[in-house]
Design a protein. Sequence first.
Length: 101
Amino acid sequence: MADLLSWQVEAKTLYLRGELDRETLLSLWQQRETAMHDIAVIDVSGLQRVDSAGLALLVHLRQIALQQGASPVFSGITDKLHSLITLYNLQQIIVSTGDPA
């Protein structure tokens, strides 16, 4: 069975853990507005797997933060996730703390 998705907010960071895919993202989707309140960093280092639906949710979470006046960055992007971001040409949207803004 796939690892469930879990998340935690600490200070201004949203920590994601487990698998972010079409099978696991519903609970985060339902609480996305609350989860993104006052978030500056989305830490994805705890994600073992992300599919295209999960990537779409990451883009949407960033958009929610922008609408709330924040400019969130992503931290802990793995090589696999970076490849998916590149495949969908989202390097300008999914900006990591190590990437130039």
